[in-house]
Design a binder for this molecule. Structure first.
Ligand code: LLP
Length: 423
């Protein structure tokens, strides 16, 4: 990060930065803040649709959007309209997706600890695929699946690949709570057991090595393990999971979805897989991250001996990623996006703990002060979806913008919403 103006490459596809403001989807960010209040999540619909189309074109039919990265009815419908399936990991995500009108036949159900109710819901709805994670789940499926209540399944395996990313979001290694180990024989035993369940059709294997991964090598390695492992099985699909990284700050760069898919397909070919095998994936972050920007109002600017604290009206409740993973972000002044940024501040939220930091060293124009609007780009993934009501702070509204129009897809929470669970 530097005092240079913020890079335009961190913005959504339709964003234009000019002397006195930023427009996304043909709508001015300041106008949105005035109309909907702050903090506010703004998503560029064009970018969301373009990334979904890229994923649908790069992989085979059955490629899914990982809804944990950002889910609401409008997002589930958008992914479905653009040709993707929707991946859910819990009964709650399944419920939202089915309520949105996406047919169950386009839903993929995950979960490392699916309850009996969640499995029953998935079976009754008739999901496209259920991804089986463990032997206790196989026992449940033995009791619940039958030719009258059939199931299309994949089996989740751990390929033993260490992805280069934060350990909290690394999942392909042997020591993990997810999936069946290939190397210790569990995955093979799971396949044998699943094939013996009448009414259950096992289509293939699934692996997910982690998230926010910039290098394609880990995915290639995972694909070659899957290829070697399944060469003699008569499967019709292999899913490589999600995990493609995105650039959050200047200096980072990530492969495109097309480049990612190409390297995975290459590895599948090199692994000697049949050409008609469906190669699938479930990107989340790569679809939604760059489409989103969060607008905050600055309330307080407090110089202390060591630095300047600049406090905004949100914080770790709408973006817990800096606290959880030490993730970096950049900031810009909504009214001065092209200005140099010589003012170095610690951008913090309004929560009652010192760890409530959005950006440890944020660069902002000298003019940015209490009352300014400050925004963080690339906040479309795992921000709203991991948002909390810590300190009883209501969750922000979410707005989609397109062709000069804004429409609210999730309204701002109110104190009444927060009180509705009291009995
Ligand atoms: N498929 C499976 C089975 C997953 O577990 C995940 C993410 C995805 C797909 C989508 O991964 P993506 O393409 O979004 O990397 N909260 C963390 C990320 C956790 C990811 C969990 N699983 C973060 O904010 O970085």
């Amino acid at each position: 990060m530097s005092i240079e103006p913020i890079l335009a490459t961190l913005f959504a596809d339709t964003a234009t930065l000019h002397e006195s403001g930023v427009s996304v989807g043909g709508v001015d960010l300041r106008e949105l803040a005035t109309r909907y209040g702050t903090p506010l999540f703004v998503y560029d619909e064009e970018t969301l649709r373009a990334r979904c189309r890229e994923a649908a074109g790069a992989f085979d039919d059955g490629v899914a959007f990982a809804s944990k990265s950002f889910l609401c009815g409008a997002m589930a419908r958008l992914a479905f309209e653009e040709g993707l399936c929707v991946d859910v990991a819990t009964g709650g995500e399944l419920d939202i997706v089915l309520r949105s009108g996406v047919p169950a036949s386009r839903v993929i159900m995950h979960g490392n600890n699916k309850s009996r109710e969640e499995i029953a819901h998935a079976l009754a709805a008739g999901v496209h695929r259920l991804v089986v994670d463990n032997f206790d789940e196989i026992e449940q499926l033995r009791q619940m699946v039958n030719p009258e209540q059939p199931l299309n399944a994949l089996v989740r395996v751990t390929p033993g690949v260490e992805a280069h990313t934060h350990e909290y979001v690394r999942t392909g290694q042997e020591d993990t709570k997810f999936g069946f180990s290939v190397s210790n024989g569990d995955a093979r035993r799971a396949i044998t057991e699943l094939r013996a369940i009448p009414g259950l059709r096992l289509h293939g294997v699934h692996a997910h090595i982690g998230s926010q991964i910039f290098e394609v090598d880990g995915f290639r390695e995972s694909m070659s393990v899957l290829a070697a492992f399944t060469r003699d099985d008569d499967f019709d699909e292999l899913c490589i999971g999600g995990g493609l990284g995105v650039a959050y700050v200047a200096g980072e760069s990530a492969p495109s979805i097309n480049e990612w898919a190409e390297s995975i397909r290459d590895a599948a070919r090199e692994g000697g897989l049949r050409a008609d095998l469906r190669i699938l994936a479930e990107p989340g972050r790569a679809i939604v991250a760059q489409a989103g920007v969060t607008i905050y109002s600055v309330g307080v600017v407090k110089p202390v001996t060591q630095r300047i604290y600049m406090a905004v009206d949100g914080g770790m409740s709408d973006n817990p990623r800096p606290v959880l993973y030490g993730s970096g972000y950049e900031a810009f002044d909504v009214d001065l996006p092209l200005a140099p940024r010589p003012q170095v501040v610690r951008l913090v939220g309004k929560h009652c703990e010192s760890g409530d930091v959005l950006i440890d060293e944020a660069y902002l124009p000298a003019q940015t002060k209490a009352g300014s609007l400050v925004a963080t780009p690339v906040t479309g993934a795992y921000g709203y979806s991991m948002a909390s009501n810590y300190n009883r702070v209501p969750r922000p509204a979410v707005v989609f913008v397109r062709d000069g129009q804004a429409h609210e897809v999730l309204r701002r929470e109110t104190f009444d919403d927060l009180a509705r669970l009291e009995v």
